[in-house]
Design a protein around this ligand. Structure first.
Ligand code: C2O
Length: 541
């Protein structure tokens, strides 16, 4: 597919307000959002592509779906409706554990990624349902989900989470952004807003010449495409003025990591937040590494460009798989999008009153939270012999719950990556941050022992986790929903099962069935989820 780059304008994703206004105050509302089957034009010169997308109607449904803008403290109810046809538009592999309805239809369930809410609204992998709720999975209980929005303001997203189909349904387009706002906190920050505040939802795809998305039927450990789409267009451009912009960059790819720069660092990114939290102070960097599901909220100041510069490209240099795989092609996946910068003096819009905030948001620091009550060792295994198997501690989703953290506490998770690739760790409900990464010495010996014994004590973890300590990048030091776990390292992650802004336990019951899951966020592997139930009692093995 030889597509001309930068011919389609970057679409602005539609926003849906997740609250009403009564007497000047925000009030709870209920939205209805459907999943629809339609076609989508990814590029001027490409035939339309069959997609599955979210929207308030078939006509308005988009790839990615509409951004929901919720208000902190104002609950939002959403009835998620499945209007999908009898069969999936993409092939899927029945050899991996999959939601398979008896009467046909495409099973779906929506997960608000980064959301703190009771388990019954979490989009559990077995809580799937088909068109018109005709059939549902074993943990399905309700049509309408209620999101309390009690957590810190920040960037979340919503996407499909049905067992065994997550990777194909995200590829098909069931993904969208969700924002929690807190005007009292954010207005004084004077961040770029309105037209100068936008999402960049990046996703790689591979297409057949007839326009349809290409994926093998057979489960593969990773999916990579050479076409880079942003907000549903292949290599788009955005016309910008010489002023500050707020860009909320989400990597919604299944498995591809991005290492993005603006024309090799010509213009830096000032990072103000990551995932669902702000940083405690802005950090300026020349490049950003985004795992699948990771979000960086940045300010880019186009007024700093020399007058002669009128175009600036977003480039990508992350090998795939990351970090030891194939290098990007500078003419394909090495390019993301183009910013066309208006000429000097042609600044015809409002004067730029925005600022880069001097201070960020001081959430409860790791030290201010209750000290960890439990240390867990979480080991990521790859098993190439059985399809679809990335094991966590040698277990599968179907196996009994092993992690039963107590609601309101913090824990220390020592996450050990025995695979050759970096993996994005994602826990539902919790927010978490890596505090250090320790190289495993004698890695092969340790790995062989772990595969044979599945026991960190037997394999003398304490004698192996003694290598050099690598610090966590400054721009990742906040409460996150996806943490990069490098291969051959033990990454120490502080996990907060409580609200980190208010520094208090969840104001709802998080301990009911079916609990929450945690998993690696590489799309093809989302079907391999380990389960976690927030229990009233801590069970220490
Ligand atoms: Cu973004 Cu369990 O998922």
């Amino acid at each position: 597919l030889n597509l001309t780059k930068y011919v389609d304008a970057l679409p602005r994703i539609a926003k849906i307000r997740g609250y009403g206004i009564r007497h000047g105050r925000p009030v709870p509302i209920k939205l209805t959002i459907g999943m629809y089957s339609k076609t989508w034009q990814f590029h001027r010169d490409m035939p339309p592509t069959p997609v599955f997308v979210y929207g308030q109607s078939l006509q308005t449904a988009t790839f990615p779906g509409p951004t929901i803008v919720a208000r902190q403290g104002v609950p939002l109810a959403v009835e998620w409706q499945n209007h999908l046809p009898d069969a999936h538009i993409l092939p899927w592999d029945p050899k991996v554990p999959t939601a398979i309805p008896k009467k046909g239809g495409v099973p779906t369930v929506v997960h608000l990624h980064g959301g703190a809410h009771p388990p019954e609204f979490d989009g559990h992998a077995f809580a799937w349902f088909t068109r018109d709720f005709a059939e549902n999975g074993s943990t399905w209980t309700r049509k309408t989900y209620r999101y309390p929005n009690v957590q810190a303001p920040g960037n979340l997203w919503y996407h499909d989470h049905a067992l065994g189909l997550t990777r194909v349904s995200l590829l098909a387009g069931l993904l969208a952004a969700y924002v929690i706002e807190k005007p009292e906190l954010e207005a004084p920050m004077s961040l770029p807003c309105g037209d100068h505040d936008l999402h960049l939802v990046i996703a790689d795809r591979e297409f057949y010449t007839n326009g349809s998305i290409s994926i093998d039927r057979e489960w593969k450990p990773e999916y990579f495409g050479l076409v880079i789409t942003v907000n549903g267009k292949a290599w788009p451009y955005l016309s910008v003025h010489r002023r500050r912009y707020r860009l909320r960059i989400l990597n919604a790819s299944n498995a591809r990591y991005f290492n993005v720069t603006l024309s090799n660092g010509a213009l830096p990114f000032t990072v103000i937040g990551s995932d669902s939290s702000y940083l405690s102070r802005p950090v300026t960097v020349s490049n950003l590494v985004l795992s699948p599901a990771e979000i960086f909220d940045v300010i880019v100041d186009f007024s700093r460009l020399p007058a002669a510069v009128t175009e600036i490209e977003m480039l990508n240099t992350a090998p795939y798989p990351f970090p030891n795989g194939t290098q990007t092609d500078p003419n394909l996946d090495g390019k993301v999008m183009l910013f066309k910068v208006a000429g000097k003096g042609k600044v015809d819009d409002m004067p730029d009153k925005s600022r880069v905030p001097e201070h960020g948001v001081p959430y409860a620091s790791v030290a201010a939270l209750p000290p960890p009550t439990t240390t867990r060792y979480i080991v990521l295994y790859e098993n190439q012999t059985a399809p679809g198997n990335l094991y966590i501690n040698g277990l599968r989703l179907e196996d009994p719950v092993t992690e039963t953290p107590k609601s309101g506490t913090t824990e220390l998770w020592q996450v050990i990556n025995l695979t050759g690739d970096n993996h994005p760790l994602h826990l539902h409900i919790a927010t978490f941050q890596a505090v250090k990464m320790t190289k495993i010495e004698g890695f092969q010996e340790f790995k062989t022992c772990m595969i044979a014994n599945n026991n960190t004590a037997t394999c003398n973890l304490t004698q192996h986790a003694v290598g050099p300590v690598v610090p966590v990048p400054e721009e990742e030091k906040t409460w996150k929903n996806a943490v990069k776990i490098p291969p051959e390292f033990m990454t120490s992650v502080v996990v907060a099962f409580r609200l980190v802004e208010a520094n208090q336990p969840y104001p709802f019951d998080a301990t009911t069935e079916p609990g929450f899951v945690y998993h690696c966020h590489m799309g093809p592997r989302i079907q391999q989820l380990a389960a976690m139930l927030l229990a009233a009692v801590v069970v220490v093995a």
